[in-house]
Design a protein around this ligand. Structure first.
Ligand SMILES: [Zn+2]
Length: 167
């Protein structure tokens, strides 16, 4: 399995390259690598986190995290086209920042235009945890990191059993 790129690797600060359709074999292989990594550990992953500077990210919410509904969504060239004025506060972590957690305000709901693997344009109406993970991952593709959003850094000792962490 591909290793996770850790901060401060400079690829994490870059704007990733747009993906061209139809997907080439290399990009298909990158996507397979991303699924392998995120299914082993994590709720979301962006391509630069495995060292690939392409506009691709994944949301992977298991059945446990979403009640009955499992969610696997692959977003290519995603753009946030709507942000709710209502914001929510959640604790975020990141595979590229082991054991670091921040309390961050973000729009509670967002709509995201993106392309699927076939190059078909789609719209994701992201709510709740999906909206949270999607914003964190789309930010990665713009080189925007969660540690720079002015959130309060949290110590894991502050967490309780009911603490939900978008990691
Ligand atoms: Zn991250």
């Amino acid at each position: 399995m591909k290793n996770i790129v850790l901060y401060p690797n400079p690829i994490l600060d870059k704007v990733s390259n747009e993906v061209v359709f139809p997907l080439d074999e290399e990009t298909k292989s990158d996507i397979k690598d991303m699924w392998d990594v995120v299914k082993a550990d994590g709720v979301g992953l962006a391509a630069p986190q495995i060292g690939v500077s392409k506009q691709i990210c994944i949301i992977h919410l298991s059945e446990v995290e979403r009640g009955k509904q499992a969610q696997d969504i692959l977003l290519i060239n995603p753009k946030i086209v709507f942000e709710s004025r209502v914001e929510s506060l959640m604790i975020e972590g990141c595979l590229s920042f082991p054991e670091q957690f921040y309390e961050i305000w973000r729009p509670a709901n967002v709509n995201i235009e993106y392309y699927d693997e076939q190059g078909k344009k789609k719209l994701l109406k992201a709510r709740d945890l999906i909206a949270r993970v999607a914003q964190h991952e789309v930010d990665h593709l713009q080189g925007k990191l969660f540690i720079k959003k002015g959130g309060r850094k949290m110590d894991p000792s502050e967490f309780t059993e009911s603490t939900v962490i978008a990691e």
